[in-house]
Design a protein around this ligand. Structure first.
Ligand code: G6P
Length: 609
């Protein structure tokens, strides 16, 4: 999704802006742009379709410099990817503006503005810059103009604004789309995500919905939605330049796959005492909230939704409490029957997914009950809007295709299952046994990662394939779904997942030698039935790839390759079997030469509806 960077300093900021944009590339984008302002040259702007590298070439060619500026990576929502639609948008060479979010009343505003201003793009953003301009024309200051314009907007926005007449001011505003201010010495920065600013500062302020900030080199004034001057706390980011680098790995995705043992250790760190979970780590009032919970309502999108589907199996079978899971974009627009005293559990890597935030608000409004966010970003909107928080502590995830965020979500969710389950079926001995299995995960996953070269070789079989089928049963069905999602996201091979029992109700018709079938087969009570399903595939000439518990001693044979997986307890099997599927997708995509970390058309954090 779109990314914003801005800076005001004594020095040239163009390379800071460029570096910031590169750090936001992971969010997904199709074009980029930058504007600087000075008292001598007014507003200057460069924009390019495609990668930030193209913008960098322009920057070098044009000797483009300035000490106040804004920059943007755009992910098209209104209007196709093009240079004309790229931000910053400019009005009458007087104001330049970058915007994240979507403006719902842009058509109406455009209709009002068309007599007065010439439109040069198809974006919803352009109405904002014209609105600011028209207020400037009426004699308002830049601050007043941005404030007045923001009141005319319906929708979500994070804005960075500069003006020809005030080259020593950078304006920032946000509502429903995150924006932070980086604090330097005699300089300030803005960004949609603190990771963009890490090379220049680790100190930052999170703007709240409705805030507008007027920033000069030496001063910062923030006005909240009620017009009051407010002091927002300065925070220190724990991110380091190293933690958001690619290290020795060819892609972030591979680095993040390999980080899973240590990320999972972090998820468990400090939460267990005497082989039992410390309930207070879920929040000071967690026990009181958990005591009332009669139902769990999970809401999430994408990979996080798959984590929720697995958690449903756990909540019902291990904890003995009812659990519903729903894709956030569906939940927010239907009329669900309200189950009071539910715990609304949102799952999100970024904590900024617009549908998940809206669905949470809707569930609260309907009266489902208290909320808990399972999230990877401490300062995110979701975290701020939830009663309880369970951080996954995966560390920054840059690859668009989620890997370590997913497995750490599962580890966090299992902890939640156990503490809520204490009020139902979970005894101390069940809890400590499952915690023992969770604690074994870093070691187990190190073993699974040793399959790397075997899976890389296996990937060759998929290079010429156009479709693939993933099968699983029970809590391994969502693992199959996640495997299929990974393959389609980064290799662009069409992949579907089915619960193996559904095979003969349709997908079997597709099975032939050109349709690889991948099955995840841990050693559980459903194994006998899964074996029957695998025979059904073989009998139709299908080629099988089976990731199977090594203790079952299943041998490879004609048209069936078996990849033995270290034997583990059923409770952690979904986490363990996810990893080889991640590696498979990664290596298939690598053979296909796709843009693995930034797959086409996708965004890391979907901050628009
Ligand atoms: C996008 C990403 C996915 C992610 C989903 C939900 O589609 O590409 O990797 O699973 O959003 O994101 P969240 O941050 O809420 O987990």
């Amino acid at each position: 999704m779109c990314g914003i960077v801005g800076a005001i300093a004594e020095r040239d900021v163009t390379h800071i802006l460029l570096e910031g944009l590169k750090r936001l590339e992971y969010r997904g984008y199709d074009s980029a742009g930058m504007a600087v302002v000075s008292s001598t040259s007014g507003i200057e702007r460069i924009r390019s379709l495609g990668k930030v590298k193209e913008l960098e070439n322009l920057l070098n060619d044009e000797n483009f410099t300035g000490s106040t500026g804004i920059a943007h990576t755009r992910w098209a929502t209104h209007g196709k990817p093009s240079e004309q639609n790229a931000h910053p948008h400019v009005c009458n060479e007087r104001v330049a503006l970058v915007h994240n979010g979507t403006i719902e009343n842009h058509e109406q505003l455009r209709a009002n503005q068309e007599n007065q201003f010439k439109f040069t793009s198809e974006t919803d953003t352009e109405v904002i810059v014209h609105q600011v301009c028209s207020y400037l024309d009426s004699g308002k200051s830049l601050f007043e103009a941005v404030l007045a314009a923001s009141k005319d907007l319906v929708g979500a926005y994070a804005l960075g604004v500069v003006s020809r007449d005030n080259p020593d001011i950078l304006l920032a505003a946000c509502y429903g789309s995150p924006l932070v201010i980086g604090v330097g010495v005699g300089e300030y920065f803005i960004a949609s995500d603190i990771s963009a600013l890490i090379p220049v500062t680790q100190q930052y302020i999170v703007l709240e919905d409705g805030d507008i900030a007027e920033i000069t080199r030496q001063s910062l004034q923030i006005i909240d939605k009620d017009g009051k001057t407010v002091d927002r706390p300065i925070k220190i980011s724990e991110l380091s330049v190293e933690s958001i680098g690619r290290g020795k790995y060819k892609h972030y995705m591979l680095k993040e796959i390999y980080e899973q043992p240590s990320s999972i250790s972090q998820t468990l760190e400090g939460r267990i005492h005497n082989n039992l979970l410390i309930e207070e780590t879920f929040g000071i009032n967690a026990a009181e909230i958990f005591d009332k919970v009669k139902n769990v309502q999970i809401i999430a999108c994408g990979t996080s939704y798959h984590a929720g589907l697995i958690a449903k199996y756990w909540f019902e079978s291990i904890a003995g409490i009812r659990c519903n899971v729903e894709v956030a974009s569906e939940f927010r627009y239907r009329d669900p029957v309200v189950i009071e005293d539910s715990l609304i559990v949102t799952i999100s890597q970024s904590g900024e997914t617009s549908d998940t935030i809206a669905a949470l608000n809707e569930a609260k409004r309907l009266g489902f009950g208290k909320s808990l966010a399972v999230c990877n970003v401490p300062e995110s909107s979701l975290v701020r809007n939830s009663d309880l928080v369970l951080m996954t502590r995966a560390g920054p995830e840059i690859g668009v295709a989620s890997t370590k965020a997913f497995t750490t979500q599962l580890v966090a969710l299992m902890q939640l299952v156990l503490v809520i389950g204490r009020r139902y079926k979970v005894t101390d001995s069940i809890e400590s046994e499952i915690l023992g299995h969770l604690k074994s995960l870093p070691r187990v996953l190190e073993e699974v990662l040793k399959l790397d070269s075997e899976i890389e070789a296996l990937a060759e079989d998929f290079n010429d394939k156009h479709h693939a089928l993933f099968l699983g049963r029970g809590s391994q069905y969502p693992v199959a779904m996640e495997g299929a999602l990974k393959l389609k996201e980064i290799s662009y091979i069409h992949a579907e997942a089915y619960p193996a029992g559904e095979l003969k109700h349709g997908p079997l018709a597709l099975v032939d030698e050109s349709m690889p079938v991948i099955a995840v087969a841990p050693n559980n009570e459903l194994m006998g039935k899964l074996k029957t399903n695998l025979h059904e595939v073989k009998a139709r000439g299908g080629v099988l790839y089976v990731f199977a518990d090594e203790s079952m001693l299943i041998e490879s044979e004609d048209n069936m390759k078996v990849i033995p997986i270290i034997a583990v307890h059923n409770s952690i099997a979904p986490i363990v079997y996810t990893v080889p599927l991640q590696l498979l997708s990664y290596y298939v995509a690598r053979l296909k030469g796709t843009d693995i970390d930034q797959p086409r058309n996708l965004a890391k954090s979907v901050t628009v509806e």
